[in-house]
Design a protein around this ligand. Structure first.
Ligand code: ZN
Length: 330
């Protein structure tokens, strides 16, 4: 994913590590300039609302095991034998739980040539005619010279999607009358070279344009994208490119679940797998922790390893997603 920096005021309001980067130490990070935004406070939680209870069944420890398994495949950029190994692992887990999965194969034109990629789409039935998409990426960024295993960046989204699929498939009775739930593992989120509109988000761009061609976008009640949500020091971006109603709902649900400070107080814009759908007016929500390690130093580094993650973080984000899905299904 990529952070879009708001020049001017936003820089002052950003985290210290970000201010230092903006001050000129950006290094190889390419930032996209966007709008100057006023400071948006997160909406206050409703004190009259009693704390809701986490949906039973979501298991942060099990998600942690999935993340460990994903990282154990090593660096797994699109088109590599390692990502093929992880793909087989994901398929085995899902199909072992009786969840049907489609392998959506396509060829991505990248700066490094054509790369074969595969989105995995698991479907949990629902008969309301609507769909909720829970998405994330399972590839890791190809970074020369280091052993980048992406426990959080690539691993955590893979892991929590697997756990959510397991839980939601067992609650079929509850969702049978609601929306169909798609759990989508995107390939090719990461740029092959430097991040750009054409070198990034290959899997999500492919699915969005396919659904547009087939006239299926309007059936999507919401797309909730997960990225880097395993950080043991968890705080989520109040994400500008997300649909305001869904962003507000997420903040409200987090507060009701006992996490009033889960989200940042100011907005930051992130380019991630929700963007191709947002551009086509699909309601989207991006849940991402983009403050990873001291001054964000663990992002895209060898330090992105399993010891930086915690089962508690998976539990918090997983239960947040389940409650949002429940509310959107009513
Ligand atoms: Zn990344």
């Amino acid at each position: 994913m990529q952070l879009s920096i708001f020049p001017g005021n936003a820089a002052r309001r950003s985290a210290p590590w970000l201010r230092e980067l903006l001050a000129g130490a950006a290094g190889t990070l390419a930032f996209t300039l966007a709008l100057v935004l006023p400071l948006y406070a997160a909406p206050p939680s409703n004190p009259a609302r009693s704390a809701s209870h986490p949906v039973p069944g979501l298991n942060g420890e099990r998600a942690m095991v999935f993340a460990r398994s994903a990282a154990s495949f090593g660096p797994r950029p699109s088109g590599s034998p390692a990502i093929e190994g992880l793909r087989r692992f994901i398929l085995r887990e899902l199909r072992g739980n009786g969840i049907p999965v489609e392998e959506q194969r396509f060829t991505a034109r990248t700066p490094a040539g054509d790369v074969p990629m595969v989105n995995l789409i698991a479907r949990i039935p629902g008969n309301s005619g609507q769909r909720i998409l829970l998405t994330g990426h399972y590839d890791t960024k190809r970074i020369q010279g280091i052993q980048f295993v992406g426990a959080n960046d690539g691993g955590s989204s893979t892991a929590l999607l697997l756990e959510l699929a397991t839980v939601l498939s067992k609650r079929k009775g509850a969702t049978g009358s609601g929306p169909e739930i798609w759990i989508v593992f995107f390939d090719g989120e990461e740029a092959v070279g430097d991040w750009s509109e054409t070198d990034s988000l290959y899997g999500s761009r492919h699915l969005a344009s396919q659904m547009e061609r087939e006239g299926r976008l309007r059936s999507i009640r919401a797309l909730i994208n997960l990225d880097m949500i395993g950080d043991r020091d968890l705080n989520l971006v109040l994400e500008y490119n997300s649909t305001a109603a869904l962003r507000n709902l997420a903040v409200e649900v987090a507060a009701a679940q006992g996490h009033p400070d889960l989200f940042d107080r100011h907005l930051s814009a992130i380019e991630d797998d929700h963007i191709p759908f947002a551009k086509l007016n699909v309601p989207v929500l991006n849940l991402i922790d983009f403050s990873y390690g001291p001054r964000h130093a663990w992002w895209h580094s060898e330090a992105d390893t399993i010891d930086k993650l915690s089962p508690a973080s998976f539990g918090i984000v997983g239960n947040l997603v389940l409650e949002i899905v429940d509310r959107l299904s009513r």
